[in-house]
Design a protein around this ligand. Structure first.
Ligand code: DAH
Length: 349
């Protein structure tokens, strides 16, 4: 092997071969083949000592030229490859910040539950305790203890969902109101009593814009030695102002419920118009909105639970939760509560 032509040949080939590689690994192996220890150039380097004095400087300087040329070509190529690699990575990792975000929607508490919580907070601030009772209850608690005679039409199978129809002492039904919890609570607690009872109620009502067979009520009960109708009025007027707004006025209309005497229905002044504007979409021109039933606990109810009606007095009320929410938010169809349509639900986040 002639050293000088070999080195000259490497010098010729190096630029093209180094230019042809397209990654750092092949760059290393091409350089190794050109000038590495096992290449012809490596052999020449090792053979330097045996060259004669005349040839040695010529070969030596050619060797240097080869090494520095390959070194330069290699580092230029490495920089180029690294630059391309960085570009590729930047491109593949690029994020298009103009793309719309994929919606991650967060749920919300259902409006019925929100309303129950709000009502509970208002009464909670007055010192009322939130009580619960069974949804499947005895006819005794749903009717008899509440002074509802056996002949009352609400007790017909056509009105009430019975699990077992027969003797009221052990007939099971799905409660038609939250009122049975009044009797259950009084049976197991001594006055003074201040409770509210939110919960589900069931009736054999066909579904329409204002009826659902499953709906919610909040019951209220206050019992002590000297509770009067004035307490009832003051408490419910306060509640109405808190729930519907501070300008709200209430009125009580005589009514009948088996478990209260006297009984009343509570109306609130329409919050949408100024006292009965003919075209008002909320009160339809009446000026008043029917809100709930209430009254002074009937002495017979006290007797049924073992209280002495000569020693205690009390008031009670029952309100429909869906109705409260419908009036407050101007919802015209109760079916919205159960349709699971997020266009409705998401309006009450
Ligand atoms: N339970 C009655 C109903 O479902 C509402 C009611 C009226 C409850 C008067 C009461 C009350 O506690 O005193 O229609």
């Amino acid at each position: 092997m002639e050293p000088l032509p070999t080195l000259e040949d490497v010098l010729q080939r190096a630029p093209e071969e180094i230019a042809a590689v397209d990654d750092l690994d092949s760059l290393a192996s091409v350089v190794d083949k050109l000038v590495g220890p096992k290449s012809p150039v490596g052999d020449i380097r090792r053979a330097m000592g045996s060259l004669d004095a005349e040839q040695r400087p010529l070969v030596g300087s050619k060797l240097n030229e080869v090494s520095s040329t390959v070194d330069r070509l290699q580092s230029e190529k490495r920089r180029l490859l690294e630059f391309e690699e960085t570009n590729r990575r930047l491109q593949s990792e690029a994020i298009d910040v103009t793309l719309p975000v994929i919606g991650r929607s967060v749920g919300a508490i259902h409006l019925v539950q929100q309303t129950i919580e709000e009502i509970s907070q208002i009464f909670g601030a007055l010192g009322f305790h939130v009580a619960n009772g069974p949804e499947a209850d005895l006819g005794w608690y749903n009717f008899d203890a509440l002074n509802t005679p056996a002949t009352h039409p609400a007790r017909l199978e056509s009105d009430t969902m019975y699990l077992d129809y027969g003797d009221p002492r052990d007939e099971m039904l799905l409660r038609t109101q939250t009122s049975p919890v009044q009797a259950r609570w009084m049976e197991s607690h001594e006055p003074p009593i201040h409770i509210i009872v939110p919960g589900k109620c069931y009736r054999t009502d066909a579904v329409d814009a204002s009826h659902l067979p499953v709906f919610h009520q909040v019951e209220g009960l206050a019992v002590d030695t000297d509770i009067t109708f004035a307490d009832l009025k003051g408490t419910l007027a306060h509640f109405a102002r808190e729930f519907f707004g501070s300008e709200t006025v209430v009125r009580f209309r005589p009514h009948f419920f088996p478990f209260t005497e006297p009984s009343a229905e509570l109306d609130v002044s329409c919050f949408n118009c100024d006292g009965g504007e003919p075209g008002c979409r909320v009160c339809k021109g009446a000026g008043w909105l029917e809100m709930l039933g209430c009254g002074m606990v009937d002495p017979d109810v006290f007797r049924a639970v073992g209280y002495d009606p000569d020693e205690v007095t009390g008031w009670a009320f029952g309100m429909g939760v869906e109705r409260m929410a419908m009036v407050r938010h101007d919802i015209n169809d109760i079916r919205n509560f159960i349709l699971n349509d997020t266009r409705f639900l998401s309006q009450f986040p």
